[in-house]
Every structure is written in structure tokens, then in C-alpha cells.
Design a protein around this ligand. Sequence first.
Ligand code: GDP
Ligand code: MN
Length: 388
Amino acid sequence: MKVHEYQAKALLREFGVAVPKGDVADTPAQAKEIAQRLGGRTVVKAQVHAGGRGKGGGIKLADDPAGAEAAAKQILGMMLKTPQTPPEGIKVRTVLVEEASAIDRELYLSMTLDRGRSTHVVMASQAGGMDIEDVAAKTPEKIVREWTHPAIGLTDFQARRLAFGLGLAGDQFRQGVALIKALFALYLAKDCSLAEINPLVVTKDGRVFALDAKLDFDDNALFRHKELVELRDVHEEAPLDVEASKYGLNYIKLDGNVGCMVNGAGLAMATMDIVKIAGGEPANFLDVGGGASPEQIENAFRIISSDPSVKAIFINVFGGILRVDRLAEGIIAAVRKLGLTLPVVLRAEGTNVELGKKMLAESGLALTMADDMGDGARKAVAFAKGQK
Ligand code: GDP
Ligand code: MN
């Protein structure tokens, strides 16, 4: 799960990571009022779940409250386009108004899970403010990394090595070490999958703080963080993903045109592989769960078929806890109710498969039966390509 910069900064503040003073506004008048309270120059920042806002016109500096009001007027309601947004952009509904900083240096700091090493990695670089992927590709020596011990965590000497790597000295070095340690404590306590500060700044008056903040949380740990779940902003998520999550479906939209309905994550992965081997591209990953009810099947069908890029549906299930006759019941109900016109290919095995197939055959629905997974994938791909 992602959150907005202002929400991330509130958490940073709670854990003792230095951030600029500021507040959020959803009208230009509020922005003006916040700027008045802060006094001096301010920066008005679009709050969307995407980076690169600066270049997209989503960040503006203002000299006075009237300027902040004018900047908020321009940014609020705009469709902000950055390399990280969908092509049409994301609508800005909120801005963060902060005291502007006189920046001396822009640095980079992040922490994430290194799956290769099975532990957390903390990365720091003096090349902040720019695209870190570019830095990693062209000048990897400019990134300093420290891997933490799973039981010990980030040690003081590692935090110091990172701060040295950032080129910090004296009092700024001390501020940097404290900030790195505080951010790591937050990262662990809140089960983050990513904490990224780009840029981490050193100001002309010698202060070190997080000018930007990005936190992503591990969805599988959200059950123990009710306070984080409240920060979710469904406006920022793909509508079909939001719909699927309402029903506890494991759904991820992909780029292809073969809609896949599968029970079990392993089988869903195998199905995507086999669709690709058959020369097609899956339109989604979907795991309806081992014990899906007929209603779940119906919801899954509705979600898959409301994706306009889907040209054929491949149902690939193993009837274990979900018996094939129950699945058939769900399919028949869904297809009738939704008036589905897309070609549907079914491959099923497992408990009550004969009964399920008989129910489907007698239902009068135009389903194509497959002998096995390979056959099913080939048939679904052929339909999707309009070859059948
Ligand atoms: P992003 O583009 O979405 O990553 O947004 P950031 O918060 O990282 O801001 C992008 C850039 O805007 C920063 O790298 C800074 O160069 C600039 N910027 C943001 N806030 C301030 C500010 O308070 N003062 C100055 N001078 N520049 C700022
Ligand atoms: Mn940034």
C-alpha cells in the first residue's frame, strides 16, 4: 500500500525524522491560510501517489500567501502527468503547503528488502534529487549500501558509514546519523516495503532533513496496522483493483488480453506462464482463493469482463476445497446475470469434475471445454487473437 507524501511525513515526524513544517489543503484559500501561518516563502506540492512531480508542474515555490494561493489554484484539480503516472495523469485533490527550504545539497536515502540477500538494505547517495535508477545504472559507485542483520538491525557503525557516504561532517553528520536510525526504526515498526527520501537535503543554514518522503507498506502486514489502513486513498488505485480488494480477491491487472480466472496463487502463476507459452498475454493475475463461493466466482467474472482489453476468458481451476460443481454453479449464474458475450474456455480437474462438466454442458452456455491446461491456454489465446 502506498500513502501520500504528507501522510508519510506525519509518520516521519512521529519517529523523530526531521521534516519541514507544513500542512495540507484542498482549497486555494486553505493554502493561503497555511502559508500565512508558516510565514515567509512556501512550497506548494501536489499530493499524488507518483514521483517526478517537480518536472510535471506539480511543485511550485511561492513568495507570499497570495502566491501560495495562486499556486494551489493551478495545481488543485489538474491532471498531473509524470513518468510514474498513467498517460492521462492523476487528478490532484490535495496539496501540501510547506515552508520553503534554502537548499545547499540534495542527497538520497532509502531502505528496502533485498530479496537476494534475504535482509534489509539501506542505500545512500550524494546524487540526490535525480532519478536514482539512472544513478544506479550509470554510476553505481555513487551509491553506498549497508545490509542489516535480521536480528541485530541497523547498527550505529553502519549508520555512521552511511552518513560518511553522504559526505556529511560535524553537526550535519550527527543529524544525518540520527535521521538514518530514526527512519530505519520507522521502516521496521510499520512493516514498510520501501522508505525513500529523495531528496534528503542539507540547507544553507546547516540543517539536515527529509524534503520528500515516500513510504510503501507490505500489504500482508497491514492486518496489524489499523492506523495505516486508514491512510489508504482509493482514488489513487486502479478502480478494478479496488473493486477486487472489496471481495478479498487477489487481482492484479496486466497488459494482455486473455482474462484468467484461477483458484490458488501457484496455479494462477502457472496459468500466466502457459498462456505466454501458447503465444498470448494474460490480462490479469487472479486468484479467487481455494475456498471461493459461487458469489466470489461471480464477482471475479464481473471484474475480469469489465476490463475492456479482455478478449477471451480462460478459467483454470482445480477443485479441492472449491468443488467443481460449485464452481459450475457460480459460472452459470455469473454468465447469465452479466450477459457475457466473451468466449470462455474452461479447464477443470478435481472433486466432482464430472458433475460440474455435466451441469455446464446442460446449461446451454457457449463454453469451450479444454482437455488440459496446455489445450485450454491454446484455445483461449486463439480466441483472444480472433483466430477462432
Ligand atoms: P518529486 O519530484 O515528486 O520527487 O518531488 P520532490 O519533493 O522530491 O521535489 C522535487 C524537487 O523540487 C526537489 O528535488 C527540489 O529540487 C525542489 N524543491 C522541493 N521543495 C523545495 C523547497 O522547499 N525549496 C527549493 N529550493 N526547492 C524545492
Ligand atoms: Mn522526490
